[in-house]
Design a protein around this ligand. Structure first.
Ligand code: UTP
Length: 288
């Protein structure tokens, strides 16, 4: 089964990135020279997703503008004969269709997803948390869509995390099925370590059934007073079941300055025009 639509919630305050996020949307901050959001949008396009709905707050329209054509820039690059950059710019605006809805009050991730309900309608959809970016052979969301096609219920990306990370993440109670796939027997947002059913943490990729919207409409604020996506998926799981897919590939959480720095260094080390100089600089700095 193909998944046509995705939601990218991006309306949060980005407090861990203040002061940069006072005026700039967090997702527009660059991993090296690419806004973080571009990783999710490209991953979606590679998996055959046709349309993305960004959930933004007022003043963050740059997030959607970024994926529209910039004719004056294209004309200038054409005049300069810079084919490479021109093609790169055209690709950005042709990957997928995009649109946006506002979340007027930051009432949590679940609430943000609910804001896109009318845009998605009564069909399964993907959700990307743009702080989570992956470098890997196959895009993480494509693997999740594969699992969804097989089982027909919501699928969540998970990865093993160390004990100290457990209390700040959504954790699942897994029943292993085959390879990277588990049936989910329960999930809990930000558990105490001693209450956590495993070390498998939810990372920001989901394929969800539309019944999750109905559960979000019923939802009451849960952990830390926000409407939690995890709670809504958990409510639907009781009737439909839900599955977890352990993602592979190198993962970065670019929602914090240190995570963003690591992702940027990783990206630079992969670039022929930067890696030699960067390695030399890192070495001399570390030796100093
Ligand atoms: P986070 O919990 O990382 O919040 O949200 P945040 O605002 O981005 O960052 P901090 O914690 O203040 O530093 C996870 C995702 O859900 C979105 C965020 O934009 C982020 O992509 N979100 C969160 C919303 O769209 N609305 C909300 O009310 C909360």
């Amino acid at each position: 089964m193909s998944i046509r639509n995705a939601i990218i919630p991006a309306a949060g305050f980005g407090t861990r990135f203040l002061p940069a996020t006072r005026t700039i949307p967090k997702v527009m901050l660059p991993v090296l020279n690419q806004p973080a959001i571009q990783f999710s949008v490209r991953e979606a396009a590679q998996a055959g997703i046709e349309r993305i709905v960004f959930v933004i707050s007022r003043g963050q329209e740059a997030t959607n503008d970024y994926f529209q054509p910039v004719p004056a820039l294209e004309r200038a690059l054409e005049a300069r004969g810079d084919e490479r950059l021109l093609n790169e710019m055209r690709e950005i605006s042709s990957m997928v269709k995009t649109g946006f809805v506002y979340q007027n009050e930051q009432l949590g991730l679940g609430h943000a997803v609910l804001m896109a309900k009318d845009e998605i309608g009564d069909e399964p959809f993907a959700v990307f948390l743009p702080d989570d970016i992956f470098y890997g052979d196959s895009p993480a969301i494509a693997d999740l869509i594969g699992v969804f096609s097989k089982y027909g219920s919501s699928v969540i990306a998970v990865k093993q995390v160390p004990d100290e990370s457990v209390p700040s993440l959504g954790i699942i109670d897994p029943e292993p099925l085959d390879g990277s796939v588990s049936r989910i027997n329960g999930m809990v947002e930000k558990p105490r370590l001693e209450d956590a059913p495993s070390n498998l943490a939810i990372v920001g990729r989901y394929v969800l059934t539309p019944e999750v919207f109905a559960a979000l409409e019923q939802a009451r604020p849960g952990a830390i007073g926000e409407i939690q996506l995890t709670d809504a998926i958990e409510a639907v799981r009781a009737e439909q079941g839900a599955y977890a897919y352990e993602v592979t590939g190198t993962h970065f959480d670019v929602g914090t300055p240190l995570g963003m720095l690591k992702a940027s260094v990783y990206a630079a080390l992969k670039r022929e025009d930067m890696s030699v100089e960067l390695k030399e600089w890192l070495k001399s700095t570390l030796d100093a």
